[in-house]
Design a protein around this ligand. Sequence first.
Ligand code: CU
Length: 184
Amino acid sequence: MRYLNWCFVLVLLGSSLFVASAFGSSRDKGVVVKAKDAGVTMSPNKYIQDNMYFSPGTIEVKSGQTLTFEYEKKTMEPHTLTIVKQGDLPKTGAQVENCSACQKLATGHLKNPKAEPGPSNPIVHWTLNKGKPGLDTVGDSIAIDSTAKPAHTKNSIKVTAKAGTTLYFLCAVHPWMQGKIVVK
Ligand SMILES: [Cu+2]
């Protein structure tokens, strides 16, 4: 009987340690933003719609926490998470097709920033930094590309903007992909 009681105590002790370490790791893990691709839909003789988006679109994160950007499922599409001025987020189809903030801020990811992206001009710079290290200001940008060799299917970075800041971002490859980071 005495032996059984001790076993019980040990099991309790073990499980409380497990719970403590599980909480510890979830605190360090930070937040995850996924690039989701729900394919293309169309209405004949009307329009074609490209269903790609950040999930979540609004990210709440504590200052100093890590943000991980990754594919939900691997596709052939590269993506960036690029911090832009709120006023530079495209609102119309024409602005998406001629996204000046994308060209200004994200071409630094490319092997040759002055040339068109493509198989001979791939992404080679995965993290662009302006201001302090980490995500804190316009021009900070991270990229993922599952077709790169080697593949880059996730990219993690610390959010270093101070609490109270809201950062706006888009994907420079698909500028209708847009979101915001609310720093707590
Ligand atoms: Cu994209």
